[in-house]
Design a protein around this ligand. Structure first.
Ligand code: MN
Length: 238
């Protein structure tokens, strides 16, 4: 086990050093025997500066390479402590927080949630995309207009006290906006509002403080320039 753990740490540090696009190298490293069952830091899928000037390169690098990696590492540590959880998918873990043994429940909730949320968030960021046909129908049907949708989402993001996330979720064919504290998400059995996540924004200070300092509203406004509407459309359709 110790050797596996070392390999895993070595593997994740390679990812950290590498450029996000260097996927083939990462796959080779994770092919090492005994490492494949551990959760892995997914590559960002684009360069750190791809979202400039709305989200700066340094924030993206630290957010992905340090914060997200820490969630993955601590999630794996929790699973090593509780072998009954080995082999379960990330979704299985976070959808059944109440069923997780108490000794690691908090760790799985925080770090499993952190891993899932950030993996989702990276995919939802891309410049210069436009809302698709089905997205517009869903937004107009659920909120009356794009303007109302944006207003409600911004209000929810601003309403998170401390650290957390704002979400757009699909519930019985309707879009709903909600937020969660810390690294909770709407897939969790413990969530106040449950549904299928369609979009989200990370409003932890680590997501914006370097560029925006205390001005969360400016970060949330800037988010509309980097929301990946193509991904939103795919999620609404799937
Ligand atoms: Mn974050």
């Amino acid at each position: 086990m110790k050797a596996n753990r070392r390999n895993f740490l070595k593997a994740t540090s390679v990812i950290t050093l590498g450029v996000a696009a260097n996927i083939s190298k990462a796959e080779k490293v994770f092919g090492v025997e005994g490492v494949t069952s551990a959760f892995e830091l997914p590559p960002l899928g684009y360069n750190y500066d791809a979202l400039e000037p709305f989200i700066d390169a340094q924030t993206m690098q630290i957010h992905h390479d340090k914060h997200h990696l820490a969630y993955v590492t601590k999630l794996n540590e929790a699973i090593e402590k509780e072998p009954s959880l080995k082999g379960k998918s990330l979704e299985e873990l976070i959808k059944n927080i109440n069923a997780i043994p108490e000794n690691v429940r908090g760790a799985i909730r925080n770090h499993g949630g952190g891993h899932w949320n950030h993996s989702m968030f990276w995919q939802l960021l891309k410049k210069d995309t436009k809302p698709g046909e089905k997205t517009l129908v869903a937004i107009n049907g659920s909120f009356g207009s794009m303007e109302n949708f944006k207003k409600e989402f911004e209000k929810s993001a601003m309403g998170v006290f401390g650290s957390g996330w704002a979400w757009v979720i699909l519930v019985d064919g309707k879009l709903i906006i909600c937020n969660t504290p810390n690294q909770d998400n709407p897939l969790m059995d413990i969530a106040v509002k449950k549904g299928k996540p369609i979009a989200c924004i990370d409003v932890w200070e680590h997501a914006y403080y370097l560029k925006y300092q205390n001005k969360r509203a400016d970060y949330v406004q800037g988010f509309w320039n980097v929301l990946n509407w193509d991904k939103v459309e795919t999620l609404i359709n799937s």
